[in-house]
Design a binder for this molecule. Structure first.
Ligand code: NZQ
Ligand code: ZN
Length: 381
């Protein structure tokens, strides 16, 4: 066990219909005007936007709507949101949607209180303040509803970079698992892969001997696999959707890495280059990178890979464990090779060059050079 500080200030309200409480929650926080950020059309189509507006009305909360957030949210749209937030003098940002909407809302919250361009915070400037963020989550995957991270793509420079700050933890996140029943099965599968990636990277890259955290991770992975399998057969499986949602939140809310010491996020680092250049869904990129990285990294921590094989799949060899995870990805229809998302092997050098920038920013460029990243990607051809 290593020393750590764990402080997660987000209030979670979990359950069917709980989005009706948003007006009351904002009221209790003394908020009078919000910028309501949402995506393309899922919240309009489902009627959720109307229900949220009704709750805001009940709480006497004035609202400016700002829709059109893309999956893999873009800097240009974020900048316009910052301008709107400043112009309308909103007091909080309310995100209604998936991880992309939540992330862009957090970035707007930071930009709204800054004199400099919001991108500066993604390339190194420290976040010192932000408007309060409230969320109503419609897609369980990223953990953004209970963490201080946000990821935005600068389409001009092809950089998909992130901020991580205590100032952007949501004040309140409402999780109604029923809202996730309409998430298409392909995105549900990508989300399962993402949640697994959030816990697996620390599990393999940390020091040995933190068994509680190993068991937490194994519980999360087993639950993701079990519930995803149920949802694939029955998309409205209420118990599975609910478990899946809370599991995805726990996978990236700071709980599992507390006490594990140093660890790294190499699969995310490489995947962000894939979605920056080709706009592939984050979880789809991860299901290509993860098995390749596991095969590349296996010799650096063989006993943990053996443990993984045994605990998750009941198998005796490390290689068989990696193969079983990859096979599960195939079963749920997520891609496991670059050509499946139409990325040619001839692009590998360019992807590695892109990921190298993030490796430097994340302080892992000693192990992850342009050459080693390319080596990993060649295992995904
Ligand atoms: O735009 P709309 O119309 O809302 O449609 C979305 C979008 O097309 C749709 N959707 C969302 N909820 C739905 C729904 N469709 C039907 N029913 C619903 N209830 O699903 C599509 C994907 O949504 P998106 O928000 O992009 O997915 P996700 O939650 O996976 O977010 C992905 C983004 O989060 C970042 C990723 O890099 C990516 O940019 N990440 C954020 C992290 C964080 N903040 O901690 C960590 C992650 O590792 C990740 O990097
Ligand atoms: Zn992720």
């Amino acid at each position: 066990m290593f020393d750590f500080t764990f402080h997660n200030p987000t209030k979670i309200i979990f359950g069917a219909g709980k989005e009706s409480l948003i007006g009351t929650e904002l009221n209790a926080a003394g908020i009078n005007r919000v910028l309501l950020v949402y995506g393309r059309n899922s919240v309009v189509k489902s009627g959720l936007l109307d229900r949220v507006m009704a709750s805001l009305k009940t709480g006497n909360i004035a609202c400016n709507q700002y829709g059109g957030v893309d999956s893999n949210p873009l800097l240009a749209h974020t900048r316009e949101g910052v301008d709107l937030a400043k112009q309308e003098k909103v007091e909080a940002i309310l995100a209604v949607g998936g991880g992309s909407v939540l992330d862009e809302a957090k970035a707007i919250a930071v930009g709204a209180l800054a004199d400099e361009d919001v991108w500066q915070f993604f390339i190194g400037r420290e976040v010192e303040r932000a408007l309060p963020v409230f969320t109503i989550l419609t897609l369980a995957a990223t953990g953004s509803e209970m963490n201080g991270n946000a990821v935005i793509t600068n389409a001009e420079t092809r950089q998909k970079y992130s901020i991580s700050s205590p100032h952007v933890y949501p004040k309140v996140s409402i999780l109604n698992p029923e809202l996730t029943h309409s998430v298409p099965l392909n995105y549900t599968a990508y989300s399962g892969v993402d949640a697994i990636a959030h816990v697996i990277e620390g599990y393999f890259t940390k020091q040995p001997g933190t068994h509680l955290q190993d068991r937490l991770v194994e519980g999360i992975i087993k639950t993701v696999i079990e519930t995803t399998d149920l949802i694939m057969v029955e998309p409205d499986h209420a118990r599975a959707r609910a478990s899946f949602m809370w599991t995805a939140t726990l996978a990236l809310n700071g709980l599992t890495p507390a006490g594990i010491g140093e660890y790294s996020f190499p699969c995310h680092m490489i995947e962000h280059a894939l979605s920056a250049i080709y706009n592939v869904p984050h979880g789809a990129g991860l299901s290509i990178v993860m098995p390749a990285w596991m095969r590349w990294y296996l010799s650096k921590n063989p006993s943990q890979f053996e443990r993984f094989a045994k605990e998750i799949f009941g198998l005796d060899s490390a290689e068989a464990g990696i193969g079983a995870l990859e096979q599960w990805f195939v079963t749920i229809n997520t891609p496991v090779r670059l050509h499946e998302v139409k990325i040619p092997a001839t692009d590998i050098e360019a992807i590695a060059a892109n990921a190298e920038g993030l490796a430097r920013q994340w302080g892992v460029s000693g192990l992850y050079t342009r050459e080693t990243i390319a080596e990993i990607l060649r295992l995904a051809v």
